[in-house]
Ligand binder design. Structure first.
Ligand SMILES: [Zn+2]
Length: 107
């Protein structure tokens, strides 16, 4: 099981600067799109103190500003949850695939 500790190994040394840059760009406002009762999408806008990768890359996260956005605590943990669920699905898929390639027909 791959766990969060692994990520720290390739932590971007420039991260504190990038992080400050993104929070500044987004005005410390959460950029998560939320839908109101009328189906209109707006930004959450809550105070943001998290900088998050829109798209996570399992090999190397893209730290470019286009791939980063400011999120509030609530949406950051929500997204982390979604990603964990996604990761579990992906792990299941890989296991199924590995099983398939171990099939005698491939040897
Ligand atoms: Zn938010």
């Amino acid at each position: 099981m791959v766990w969060l500790g692994e990520r720290k190994g390739r932590f971007n040394p420039d991260w504190p600067r990038v992080r400050a840059l993104i929070l500044d760009r987004d005005g410390h406002r959460c950029q998560w799109p939320v839908e109101d009762d009328y189906g209109r999408v707006r930004l959450c806008g809550a105070y943001a103190n998290q900088v998050d990768h829109k798209k996570r890359d399992p090999v190397c996260d893209d730290d470019s500003p286009e791939n980063l956005w400011a999120l509030c605590d609530r949406h950051h943990s929500y997204k982390t949850e979604l990603e964990a669920a996604e990761q579990r699905r992906e792990n299941r898929r890989r296991r199924a695939e590995a099983k398939w390639y171990r099939h005698p027909a491939f040897h």
